[in-house]
Design a protein. Structure first.
Length: 167
């Protein structure tokens, strides 16, 4: 389960045991939820001597819709504060429906939690940047995210929970 898809397999150019080519298709992408709050506006829009503190959280979930189609949702939250004042709070749930065909079973989870969010991220990043810019702030340009590391961390946490529950 902790095994990750190689780039060759994730891009659909590897072979599976039955000889069929694995394929990954994006069927649709959508904004499920978008919220932008600037509780101190317009005062919070004034210039500052120091950069605000920005906390960013990312979460990925995947749910099967059929035997080969999956709904993958990425939740991005960003909260900017200066001293005790909240400058802005943005939350985006961005989703995509993906069709996975001919992937070995052990590669399905890595594809869903690494490759699918990697494909969604540039679009979600742009939406967050536009929301903060439209809110009167400089656009928040999120740094690229290592979804492979996030997946490995999630697997390690699940294994630790299993060990604790077993003892």
């Amino acid at each position: 389960m902790a095994e990750t898809a190689t780039p060759k397999e994730a891009t659909g150019t590897g072979k599976t045991g039955n000889g069929a080519q694995p394929s990954l298709n994006v069927l649709t992408q959508y904004v499920k939820d978008l919220s932008f709050e600037s509780p101190g506006a317009p005062k919070s829009l004034r210039g500052r001597d120091k950069a605000p503190s920005i906390g960013i959280n990312v979460n990925v979930n995947a749910n099967p819709m059929s035997e080969t189609e999956y709904d993958v949702n990425m939740t991005l939250t960003a909260k900017a504060t200066s001293d005790e004042e909240v400058l802005f709070n943005v939350e985006l749930i961005y989703g995509g429906v993906f069709r996975l065909a001919n992937f070995p079973k052990e590669h399905v989870l890595p594809v869903l939690f690494i490759e699918c969010p990697r494909m969604l991220f540039p679009f979600a990043r742009q939406i967050v940047a536009e929301a903060t810019r439209n809110g009167g702030f400089p656009p928040l340009m999120l740094d690229p995210i290592d979804f492979a590391q996030m997946f490995q961390q999630k697997i390690a946490e699940e294994q630790a929970k299993t060990k604790v529950q077993a003892s």
